[in-house]
Design a protein around this ligand. Structure first.
Ligand code: SF4
Length: 516
């Protein structure tokens, strides 16, 4: 039985909260029981926002269930309107409140408030957080643009909207700075950025732009598809994460503006040169497993394979809505995509692929730690350290620089460990040696003798397997992150072949056996 359940995404009303919190002048009234106010902490503690999200919870309790929860909801909407004076309101129910079927939309409409009130129907038991965010953003955009006519766009400078950055988004704050800067260099005007920082009235101006940049398809894809249908706006779907993707993104913008790319466009881009440098080439071919939301997983696999020279041995996503895109990306690396939100399945897939580096979410960081593999976090779900105080984008040319560091540093640290392992037998570096600056006070190394195997012997098992000192020394030359596996494989091989004392030859025989 599975006693704990970790999920990659929260319920869809958390997605709605991310949109409401990103915007200004919006208030969200959420029909929810007392405990659901935990969601505030995601924004104040994890993202370190300096204020609570603009959410009023009805916080009904068990004893309220026998009475009139509908009146409780109506009072909460009325009070929130009077207290916060929002420009627009969204209303809905959390997972638990969905079960009491109070119809938040109908109840709020009956109050006749003098502001737009948008009702959200977010089926908590079928859908998840990113879908909830996309649906909320789409409904807000649709409500704001419902009566807007298709504008004439000729005779005006070309402009674009940036859609997708939201609260609690992985590096959204910094990506936005990079993309804004890039668009400035490309000489294109930004019409509206949403939802981050936008007011409800700003959404009504979205149709004035020539194109919509969908920075995060998981959040802005639905709204952009609607805008393309209703207002014939172009969609720029290239997510500028990675050097090549940023170049493609810039070329798409240049095609829109009919302006040449500026000569100094890539003046701050260092990742391509760093990737070619001697210091990095020893990382070529490293086996990497990539998992995250669809956009980050696809982008990072491409960076790892095409820009740094790693071998992608696993690619997957928990974003079921984007399974088709992830499968197409995986096919580029001759692997099958893993579409799952069961972390145990993902852990098993990582263990089977035997990567030397994992690029994943906080969940994979835990998994990689258990397996002793270096890891970098490249996607939500995140932890507090994924909202760094410093500027740390993934998008644009500076983002490509950050990615180079993010992908190579964990391996370099692994190599450092490996070197320490290799020199462990040296008189200065052996396990018993005191720090070298203590000179003569260093303890004398002890001689090694056959060492007991790490596999405990079963009662009816053959004689236990031991290690000759020279074999143990040879094992230490293997990088620490695969050493455990090499030890286990060698012992298995020895046990199966009746070898009771492992020698250097046994290690290489086992290696040949398992790489067949
Ligand atoms: S019922 Fe829904 S909102 Fe409440 S704690 Fe569970 S997942 Fe979160």
């Amino acid at each position: 039985m599975q006693l704990t359940l970790w999920t990659y995404e929260g319920p869809p009303h958390i997605g709605a909260m991310r949109i409401a919190t990103a915007m200004q002048g919006i208030h969200y009234v959420l029909h929810a029981p007392q405990g659901d106010t935990y969601a505030d902490l995601l924004f104040t503690m994890i993202e370190r926002r300096d204020r609570r999200p603009p959410v009023t919870y009805t916080t009904f309790q068990a004893r309220d269930l026998g009475s009139d929860t509908a009146t409780l909801f109506k009072n909460a909407v009325r009070d929130a309107y009077e207290r916060f004076k929002p420009e627009a309101m969204i209303v809905g129910a959390s997972c638990t409140a969905e079960l009491i079927q109070d119809d938040p939309g109908g109840l709020a409409a009956a109050l006749g408030l003098p502001i737009p009130v948008i009702a959200l129907e977010l089926p908590a038991y079928q859908r998840k957080e990113n879908w909830g965010a996309a649906e909320t953003f789409y409904h807000l955009v649709r409500a704001a643009t419902n009566n807007v006519a298709v504008p004439a766009r000729t005779g005006r400078p070309v402009s674009v909207n940036i859609l997708g950055p939201a609260a609690l988004g992985f590096r959204h704050r910094d990506d936005l700075i990079e993309v804004t800067d890039l668009l400035g260099k490309l000489g294109v005007a930004i019409n509206v950025i949403a939802p981050l920082g936008a007011r409800f009235a700003d959404l009504a101006r979205i149709p004035e732009a020539d194109a919509n940049i969908v920075l995060y398809p998981e959040i802005a894809g639905t709204a952009a598809a609607y805008l393309a249908r209703k207002f014939s706006q172009k969609t720029i779907a290239t997510v500028p994460i990675g050097l090549n993707a940023t170049r493609e993104f810039a070329a798409e913008i240049a095609a829109l503006t009919h302006r040449p790319l500026p000569d100094d466009l890539e003046s701050g881009a260092r990742s391509a040169w760093y990737a070619r440098s001697v210091d990095s080439t020893y990382l070529t071919g490293k086996r990497v497993f990539v998992f995250g939301d669809a956009s980050h997983a696809i982008a990072l696999a491409r960076v790892a394979a095409r820009e740094i020279g790693f071998t992608v041995v696993g690619l997957g996503s928990y974003s079921r809505e984007f399974a088709r895109e992830v499968k197409a990306a995986a096919a580029l690396y001759d692997i099958e995509a893993l579409i799952s939100d069961d972390y145990l399945t993902i852990e098993a897939a990582i263990a089977a692929a035997q990567p030397e580096l994992v690029l994943g979410t906080q969940m994979e960081r835990h998994i990689a730690k258990r397996l002793g593999i270096p890891c970098a976090v490249i996607s939500a779900p995140t932890h507090v350290q994924d909202f760094p105080a410093r500027h740390s984008p993934f998008a644009g040319f500076e983002g490509a620089n950050v990615l180079f560091d993010t992908l190579t540093h964990p391996l370099m640290m692994g190599l450092e460990e490996h070197l320490l392992g290799m020199f462990r037998e040296d008189f200065e570096f052996n396990d018993q040696a005191a720090p070298s600056h203590l000179g003569a006070e260093a303890a004398a190394p002890t001689l090694t003798s056959p060492i007991a195997a790490s596999i405990p012997a079963a009662p009816d098992a053959p004689a236990p397997v031991g290690w000759e000192a020279s074999a143990e020394a040879e094992l230490k030359k293997i990088p620490f992150f695969v050493r455990g596996k090499a030890r286990k494989n060698t012992e298995l091989f020895a046990a199966e072949h009746g070898v009771t004392l492992i020698t250097i030859e046994t290690i290489y025989d086992a290696k040949a056996h398992f790489s067949r």
